[in-house]
Design a protein around this ligand. Structure first.
Ligand code: ATP
Length: 357
């Protein structure tokens, strides 16, 4: 059992605050991902949980017990690093078993546990090879094997897929997700890749400038982003944003912006009418003939994605991206009519980007 709780955790390096007043509970056996752009404080958070960094303020608890003062080797955690950190002169078997050897676990038990980890990761036939004789994906598995051979309460993974090519990343993504199910332990995973975060996690904590912006399930993050930053960071291609204001037109609440020559009715009544409208590319429809309420625009560019086409449409001064099913046959500069699914609109305060639910 390993619930990991951070209470008011701040980490400063000299004058720079890397993580600010972080409050987060990772449930036992949960897969929680810390995601955000480079430098937002993800790795620092993981390193504090692991015991490689000490928090400047605040406390960390494992199953309710304070661990802030415990060194890394006394915490019930196992970490996988981005670099794999395999010993080049040792075999896969020795690499995986090394931590157990250091813990003076009997040889027969080490053999058994190494074999067990290798079976889980499907690398039994690689046990006598050296790291240089392995592909990137195989090395990645060995690094995972080294972590899971130790029965830890929580496994901490810092960008474990970032050195792999795109195809292998997709493969290993599914394997790590399955591994989490098989080992039934708490996983805390760090990535800057929002697709990894969305596809693998029970919950996602989106970070920016050392501050958690939202911590919720992938569905909630996608459906109800807490602010404009989360809305733009999560989702591919990102959400479209149009700056405007809200006004009562003929007694109906309406979003107004130069590009919106047709009234767009919305259901929000913030104190400050200055807002940003958000709409995801997949919530936009395009038609070749005029439709009531649709905005006329011109095809700027279209990019086939296989099952879908990503079409960028210029509406007045705005470029709006729509993801529509294949085939889409209109050429550049053709007129197209853009429809927004009214139940899928997002509104954010223009002043600070907070979502207006
Ligand atoms: P990346 O995805 O690039 O690894 P990250 O989100 O993991 O980024 P951190 O590595 O946690 O970010 O770094 C957060 C901030 O703290 C950055 O501004 C970084 O420069 C700073 N930082 C991290 N470690 C140190 C250190 N040992 N000394 C000084 N500053 C540091």
């Amino acid at each position: 059992m390993a619930e990991v709780r951070l209470e008011g955790v701040t980490k400063s390096f000299g004058g720079k605050t890397a993580v600010r007043d972080l409050n987060l509970t990772v449930e036992d056996r949960e897969f929680l991902t810390l995601v955000g752009p480079s430098g937002c404080g993800k790795s620092t958070t993981l390193r504090m949980i692991c015991g490689l960094e000490r928090a400047t303020e605040g406390h960390i608890f494992f199953d309710g017990k304070p661990v802030s003062w415990l060194p890394a080797n006394k915490r019930d955690v196992s970490m996988v690093f981005q670099s794999y950190a395999l010993y080049p002169h040792k075999t896969v078997r020795q690499n995986i078993g090394f931590a157990l050897k250091m813990m003076r676990v009997p040889k027969a038990t080490i053999s058994e546990q190494v074999l067990q980890a290798a079976r889980t990761l499907d690398i039994e036939d690689l046990l006598d090879r050296k790291p240089r004789e392995l592909s990137g994906g195989q090395r990645q598995r060995v690094a995972l094997g080294r972590a899971i051979v130790r029965d830890a309460g929580a496994y901490l993974l810092d960008e474990p897929l970032s050195n792999l090519d795109a195809q292998l990343r997709v493969l290993m993504r599914a394997e790590i997700k399955r591994l989490h199910v098989d080992v039934a332990r708490t996983f805390i995973y760090v990535t800057h890749d929002q697709v990894e975060a969305m596809t693998m996690s029970d919950r996602i904590a989106v970070m920016r400038d050392g501050v958690v912006q939202q911590c919720a399930t992938p569905e909630e993050i996608y459906e109800r982003p807490a602010n404009r930053f989360v809305a733009s960071f999560m989702g591919s291609p990102p959400m479209n944003f149009v700056t405007g204001d809200l006004a009562d037109v003929d007694g109906i609440r309406t979003f107004r912006a130069p590009a919106f020559t047709q009234p767009l009715h919305v259901d929000a009544d913030p104190a400050d009418p200055a807002v940003v409208l958000g709409i995801r590319p997949e919530d936009i429809t395009l038609s070749t003939s005029p439709v009531a309420g649709h905005l006329p625009g011109k095809v700027f560019v279209s990019e086939p994605l296989g099952p879908d086409v990503l079409v960028t449409v210029r509406i007045e001064g705005e470029l709006i991206k729509a993801r529509v099913p294949t085939p889409f046959r209109l050429g550049h500069d053709s007129t197209v009519y853009v429809g927004f699914n009214p139940s899928r609109l997002h509104l954010f305060a223009a002043a600070d980007g907070t979502a207006l639910h």
